[in-house]
Design a protein around this ligand. Structure first.
Ligand code: GDP
Length: 692
């Protein structure tokens, strides 16, 4: 039966990962007692190390679930905090520091928390036990402590001292048992005293006769009895006491033995009372084993039921579909790469050309607006001084240096606007936004971590290639900065294309006008204010002191809208006029390029875009298509640890529930398996014992 408790503790730890429902817990020993009753000293005497937080300032604020694991074949003694991922801490003062920090992290205003700290101690000197240390009961609430603290401690302890747990009720010999908070609490939940072990500490502080009578206490009978201990660490004269486990254990038991054996009458074998830490340790092992054994059947029944529920849920909700964090990640990554491949097939040179051309079209429009369309429309009706007369533009003298200069300036502004940088930026931004779109349509949309990893994978490649690409593009369009050779074919293409650009711009103007109409409250209203401004401009009416409140019966805001509308109307008129011009006969021939700057500039923009695309394709797009899937693998594939993958998968609540139900099922199956084999072992043991 040696291994029984160990195995059961193992099972208990697995069960605690399943998620705590009270029916699924295996018994543990719960240690309760008043502050300063000697609770810590007893636990440390059992473990053989000082490791619990010390101090008067409510140092135990959270339950400490302590699992002792006997390792007979190894000398090493160490502790582990599984929740913190802290392993093999051989320095017990470091365990003590960690425990202190964990406890002190609970703010003074709350003082206690029911979130347990898990600590495992491995040693050849400890028995297999599972113990829970709880905050000590207090008599009076301290100055900075919450008033309800007493009650909070009590509630916390009450939660733990429920069946099937064994209660280790610590009382000090120098305090009347009638005043023992531990016994009082035990009596409330275990009135017949069936699962409480009484420990009386500080036996050395009362005289032996009285001590012995406490242990035989008839007033509070406990089926599992009382054990008296002296677990104070003896002070050692002549230097520092080196606290190694065996030393501390030996020192305590020597001190304890010395005391008890000096009173053989009261505490000797004939006395009928139990004393000593060694006796206590044995008793705990025995009682825990018995209790565990007794709960084997009920617990395995509960587990079986729980397993049935999990299996049902798995079938109904998830169609028995297997899933693991790794497979989920791999599938998601595959499907993402697949959709990326589709995108790569759809976004190539022609699409890039279109994109650049659209961008440059806007720049062409800017140039036209700045150099050709920037005169108020009213100028058209007034004969202006030569050669600023744009109303005559279609008839503009091809020999006039003015029109030459205008067109040269426009073309030069286009070629020198930083096409390399602009084109690279436009393509890179477009790729990045397509990647964002792909993410939003993929399973990764619910995973902040993966989303970021993918975005960064894309931006790191694009950023890496940015400068060299934009330099190369800039370099290869350089010749156009000095001279633009144009073929008839290119001219014709421009002539075909530019009406669409102008038409779109015209539509924009008209749409903006419509918006203005609805903003001011109708077409008529806008017309009125526009009429007023028109007349004022022509000097047909005198405007007196247009101020903040407006003029002519119109508010300042309305006048502003009116001016905007006039601008748009005039712009639309010009564009209309130019639409006619570019479609006219004159623009058919490249020779008339000064009449038709729109056509010429459109052709220039096409040349620039086409050249840029050649290099963008090689330097940016192809590289990106090659590197991106590899970068994805690097960031979301091979390099992730199991924990990261798990964390990733659980970011999606649906996947988390799916994974959890599978894990729960697996753990329950594992536990049930282990319990079944334990039961068989136990059965065999019983038969064997019967035969012996
Ligand atoms: P806790 O607050 O219940 O954990 O109590 P501690 O274990 O910290 O003990 C409180 C005080 O009682 C400490 O100063 C211990 O040294 C002392 N103490 C504990 N056990 C004994 C004992 O068996 N005999 C004597 N004389 N003092 C003890």
């Amino acid at each position: 039966m040696m291994m029984f408790t160990k195995k059961m503790i193992e099972i208990r730890n697995i069960l605690s990962q399943v998620g705590q429902t009270s029916s699924l817990t295996l018994p543990s020993i719960v240690v309760i007692g008043s502050q300063s009753s000697g609770k810590s000293s007893v636990l440390e005497a059992i473990v053989g190390h000082e490791f619990l937080p010390k101090g008067s300032n409510m140092v135990t604020r959270r339950p400490i679930e302590l699992t002792l694991i006997n390792t007979p074949d190894s000398k090493a003694e160490y502790g582990e905090f599984p929740d913190l991922g802290l392993k093999k801490i051989t320095d017990f003062s470091s365990i003590q520091r960690t425990l202190t920090e964990l406890n002190m992290a609970v703010p003074e205003s709350e003082c206690v928390s029911d979130d347990p700290i898990h600590l495992r101690i491995y040693s050849p000197n400890v028995p297999d036990l599972s113990l829970i240390d709880l905050p000590g009961y207090i008599q009076v609430v301290g100055k900075n402590q919450p008033l309800e603290l007493k009650q909070k401690i009590q509630e916390l302890c009450d939660k733990y001292i429920q069946p099937p747990n064994v209660i280790l009720a610590i009382s000090a010999a120098d305090v009347d048992l009638a005043n023992s908070a531990a016994l009082r609490a035990s009596r409330r939940v275990d009135p017949r005293g069936e699962r409480t072990i009484g420990v009386v500490t500080k036996m050395d502080l009362v005289d032996a006769t009285r001590g012995a009578s406490i242990l035989m206490d008839k007033q509070y009978p406990l089926r599992l009895g009382y054990v008296g201990v002296v677990s104070k660490v003896p002070s050692v004269s002549g230097g520092l006491f080196k606290r190694e486990s065996s030393d501390l254990m030996t020192a305590i038991s020597r001190n304890e033995n010395a005391y008890f054996s000096s009173h053989p009458l009261e505490f000797g074998p004939e006395s009928g009372v139990s004393v000593g830490t060694t006796t206590l340790r044995k008793k705990l092992m025995h009682v825990l084993e018995q209790t565990m054994s007794a709960s084997l059947q009920t617990t395995s029944d509960a587990i079986r039921q729980e397993l049935e529920e999990a299996t049902y849920e798995f079938k109904v909700q998830y169609n028995d579909r297997p899933l693991s964090a790794e497979s989920y990640l791999a599938e998601s990554l595959d499907s993402f790469k697949h959709s990326f491949k589709q995108f790569a097939e759809e976004f190539g040179r022609p699409q890039m050309l279109q994109l650049l051309k659209d961008t440059l079209d806007q720049r062409v429009l800017d140039q036209l607006a700045a150099r050709y369309w920037n005169k108020p429309i009213s100028d058209l009706s007034v004969p202006p001084p030569e050669p600023d007369n744009i109303a005559d533009l279609p008839k503009a003298d091809p020999e006039s240096p003015y029109w030459h200069r205008q067109l040269d300036a426009c073309a030069s502004a286009l070629t020198k606007l930083g096409v390399g940088r602009l084109a690279t930026t436009v393509v890179a931004t477009t790729i990045q936004s397509h990647i964002d779109r792909l993410i939003s349509q993929s399973p990764f949309v619910n995973h902040p971590f993966a989303r970021q990893a993918i975005t960064e994978a894309a931006s790191s490649i694009l950023n890496d290639r940015f400068y060299s690409t934009s330099d190369q593009v800039e370099n290869c369009i350089k010749p156009y900065k000095f001279e633009i050779d144009m073929e008839e074919r290119e001219w014709n293409q421009g002539r075909e294309h530019v009406p669409h650009v102008l038409k779109t711009e015209l539509d924009h103007c008209q749409a903006a006008l419509k918006t203005l109409e609805s903003e001011v409250g109708g077409k008529r209203k806008l017309k009125e204010v526009m009429n007023y401004i028109d007349k004022a401009r022509k000097g047909e009416i005198i405007v007196e002191g247009e101020g903040r409140s407006g003029a002519g019966g119109f508010s300042a805001a309305l006048l502003a809208k009116g001016r905007e509308a006039i601008f748009l109307r005039d712009r639309a008129d010009i564009i209309n006029m130019r639409l006619h011009a570019v479609k006219s006969k004159q623009c058919r021939s490249m020779k008339n390029k000064y009449y038709c700057p729109e056509v010429f500039l459109d052709a220039v923009a096409t040349k620039l875009a086409a050249t840029a695309v050649l290099f963008l394709n090689v330097e940016l797009l192809s590289e990106f298509y090659y590197q991106f899937p590899r970068e994805l693998d690097a960031r979301l594939g091979r390099h992730l640890t199991d924990e990261q993958i798990e964390k990733f998968a659980k970011e999606d609540p649906k996947i988390r529930r799916h994974l959890e139900v599978i894990r729960r099922k697996e753990l329950l199956e594992l536990v049930l398996d282990k319990m079944e084999s334990l039961r068989q072992l136990e059965g065999r043991d019983r038969v064997k014992r019967g035969r012996d």
